[in-house]
Design a protein around this ligand. Structure first.
Ligand code: 3AM
Length: 178
């Protein structure tokens, strides 16, 4: 199974986010609202025997509930080309603390450390060939976007089935925060 750990979003948050999507960016592949999530840790392909270890490691985490605010729109780029458009999160030590606990737990369970820095975001669209000026004006237009506070009372282990068009994400296990 291809796994990742993420925060699921409420239907209100999905609706708010979906209002940003859909127009003005030719070449963008918009993520369907049911697929919106905030990745805490990508795990990747996991053999069956390891899935249980991952589950046990995540289930042992004791971390506090918190709230967060979605804030601003940004772009991930690689070699100068836009790859994804996302909504960020206002600075949030509780969220970083949770991501750190998940990282520690998964490393203890034998996973390789994640080398990439944690940059909390919800991906809105993936880009193939989006014109730079269109992207710049989209970001500028939505830069004051805010949604929240959103209450976070659990995190979720998702499986991901890569499809030809969109991935199918399935919540496998939900872990309550205290
Ligand atoms: O949360 P977002 O949508 O930014 O891009 C994938 C998606 O990110 C990312 O994991 C999330 C759930 O699929 N992802 C896919 N492959 C990855 C990899 N090899 C990856 N993240 C890190 N390393």
């Amino acid at each position: 199974m291809r796994l990742f750990v993420a925060l699921d979003l409420s239907s209100e948050a999905r609706t708010r986010l979906s209002m940003l999507a859909g127009a003005g960016l030719p070449g963008a592949r918009w993520v369907p609202p049911e697929n919106y999530h905030l990745t805490l840790r990508f795990i990747g392909d996991t053999p069956a025997y390891r899935c249980e270890e991952v589950d046990l490691a995540l289930a042992a985490i004791r971390s506090r509930r918190f709230s967060m605010e979605l804030s601003e729109v940004g772009v991930f780029a690689k070699s100068g080309r836009a790859k994804a458009v996302w909504v960020g999160v206002a600075r949030n030590p509780a969220l970083e603390h949770l991501a750190g606990k998940i990282e520690t737990a998964l490393q203890r369970a034998g996973l390789e450390p994640e080398r990439r820095r944690f940059t909390p975001h919800v991906t809105l669209a993936r880009c193939n060939n989006v014109a730079e000026d269109r992207l710049a004006s989209f970001v500028q237009m939505h830069n004051l976007f805010r949604a929240g506070p959103l209450e976070v009372s659990a995190f979720t282990l998702f499986s991901s089935l890569l499809g030809k068009d969109q991935a199918v994400y399935t919540p496998e296990v939900e872990y309550e925060l205290i």
